[in-house]
Design a binder for this molecule. Structure first.
Ligand code: NAP
Length: 286
């Protein structure tokens, strides 16, 4: 027997297995393409000959593959028989519906199931910055928590609804999508105007605490419906963003992102929300 099994040894699964090994746990691994296990085996992991043997080797199995379809391809009858009465922690990314469907299937097969989502890059796994959000039965979470703490400084039980972790991940990813696209357009602006890209990155890093505070503020505004007392009105932010379109055209860079953003603010202003908080754009996004 080993302490934990990791199935899926891509970028993230390998990082999970490495963190378990570093923390002193006896770790069994399996991956569809066995070559990816070589470094981990050299570091002390046991390589199972197939996924069912991997699941049979430990009381807890962590699966981290591309998506739920990949996980379903692995979780065949033999694997499910091996998992019966044991714990499966699913850390592949999926939708809340996929998580709830898989949880129901696992319950029907007598598998103790925890659904999770990883809010970290592989290089952060095992460190304080990494966060893992999990959802499912309280007792299963409490049993798995010490293992998850070997992977992430932040371990959050998002609730008993198995879809809750995937739901939070989806909300965070929606934010990150804007962050990545916005950064890329900002880099084009900086480069087209002769600014230092590293300086642009540093400026944003310096703003991180205030961006965090703004996230709390926007959540409170939307949850409480308190749009009416803006520090910066939606119309003001919209006019600033419309100028981004002009800058892009002046500089000869793409204007797809500022045009999308400006259009959203224009529609919100046209709908009568110009004097409200800028996050009142949510009212025309639903
Ligand atoms: P990856 O490097 O592309 O690895 C994908 C893994 O899935 C490999 O082990 C691959 O096996 C396996 N796989 C895919 N289809 C399969 C199938 N049909 N049957 C069996 N195995 C299959 O991806 P990753 O970066 O490790 O990501 C894994 C999960 O972590 C994803 O859900 C991702 O959203 C999540 N995640 C990743 C990050 C990140 O920064 N990388 C961050 C947060 C969350 P083979 O090696 O045989 O192809």
């Amino acid at each position: 027997m080993s302490d934990v099994t990791v199935i899926g040894l891509g970028e993230m699964g390998s990082a999970l297995a490495r963190a378990f090994l570093r923390s002193g746990l006896r770790t069994t691994v399996w991956n569809r393409s066995a070559a990816k296990a070589a470094d981990l085996v050299a570091a002390g992991a046991g390589l199972a000959p197939d996924a069912a043997s991997a699941a049979a080797a430990s009381p807890v199995t962590v699966v981290c593959v591309s998506d739920y379809a990949a996980a379903a391809a692995i979780l065949d009858d033999a694997v499910l028989a091996a998992l019966a009465g044991r714990t499966l922690v699913q850390l592949s990314t999926g939708t809340p519906r996929e998580a709830r469907t898989l949880a129901a299937g696992m319950e029907a097969r007598g598998v103790r199931y925890l659904d999770g989502a990883i809010l970290a890059w592989p290089r952060q796994i095992g460190g304080e910055e990494a966060v893992i959000v999990a959802s499912g039965p309280q007792a299963v979470f409490e049993d798995a928590e010490p293992l998850l703490r070997r992977l992430a400084g932040g371990v959050i039980h998002q609730g008993v609804d198995p879809g809750a972790a995937a739901a939070l991940f989806a909300a965070v990813l929606a934010y990150l999508a804007g962050h990545w696209i916005g950064f890329a357009h900002g880099a084009l602006v900086a480069r087209s105007e002769g600014l230092d890209l590293a300086g642009f990155g540093e400026t944003l890093a310096g703003l991180a605490p205030s961006l965090g505070a703004d996230s709390r503020h926007m959540a409170a505004v939307i949850a409480g419906g308190r749009f009416a007392e803006p520090e910066s009105a939606l119309a003001t932010a919209g006019a600033d963003i419309a100028r981004l379109v002009q800058q892009a055209q002046d500089a000869g860079i793409g204007d797809a992102w500022p045009r999308f953003a400006a259009d959203l603010f224009r529609r919100a202003a046209a709908a009568g929300y110009g004097a409200e908080e800028h996050v009142a754009i949510v009212k025309v996004m639903g």
